[in-house]
Design a protein around this ligand. Sequence first.
Ligand code: UT7
Length: 336
Amino acid sequence: MYNSKIIGLGHYVPENVVTNDDLSKVMDTNDAWIQERTGIKERRHVVKGDGDTTTTMGVKAAKIAIERAGIDKDDIDFIVFATLSPDYYFPGPGVLVQRDLGIKTVGALDVRNQCSGFVYGISVADQYIKSGMYKNVLVIGSELHSHGLDMTTRGRSVSVIFGDGAGAAVLSRAEDNETGILSTHLHSEGQHAEELSLIAPGMGKRWVTDIIEEADPNDESYFPYMNGQFVFKNAVVRFSEVIMEGLQANNLEVSDIDMLVPHQANLRISQFIQKKFKLNDDQVFNNIMNYGNTTAASIPIALTEAWEQGKVKKGDLVILAAFGSGFTWGSVVIKW
Ligand code: UT7
């Protein structure tokens, strides 16, 4: 058994900055509401037609991660791609990354776990490396939300929150079992599947042909729906539980945490967790102010920035924690 460790990180966000004031020009919202309820100041949106997609952003982030890992693309043994906003309905973006990076015909797996997608992806990569099956696994989280949001007042409670971007990590075999990924913890509760969801188009209820045939201007089923307060209440409970589960599995205490990188869902959620665990400002990394909620990309973008800023250092105990649609949630405990 080998531990896995993160040997390279990268992120990419589109250049186009969309401020809260920009949003207030197209819907009934305002900077004060958005900042007070979510902490978000601005987010990035791909400009339609400029060529960026979930895959291309993921590829850009992956190239940086691979370069920083100091390996060649052909050293990648497996690709894991987490997103809820794939370029195509099928195939998923994993194979598009294999093609665009020009990697040999390694396996490519697509993960559909929304905000927890990157944590699930890390867990999968960790198991493959621990078992000895693969040495280097590329894990990507990428989202292009903006083209699918309802940018009118009707959709404001969701649309102001989500942003576009990508992050990537290269996991490799650690030399020992004292460092690297110590454990991962995954959960789901499908009972609440529809509380944060995008129902159509889907084969279950309404396909594209139904939407076109009905041509109903009041149809909201192809925009994301979120029962915000219900999701918020579940998030704070599950974040706390899964962080504690990770610590307990490794006989660690909250006081051992050097850096918590939570999924950037809402600054108020991060602050709630920080307060509950009595963590200092320099023990929790937040960048939702600049990017909004980028779902599967939020943890790898945040982890990359934390590492770039020297806030994640050799020997640090780093916890990744996520909660979102599904509901799904999870944590990763890392000795850096
Ligand atoms: O990443 C996956 C996990 N996601 C989460 O964890 C998100 C969890 N939920 C949240 O972050 C919060 O529930 C939201 C930020 C989505 C919403 O905040 P809230 O404090 O729960 O507000 P609310 O939905 O209860 O809405 C309060 C009021 C409503 O008006 P009335 O009914 O009180 O007159 C909304 O219509 O705010 C109104 N509102 C807005 N006003 C201005 C909703 N969206 C907006 C907006 N601008 N963008």
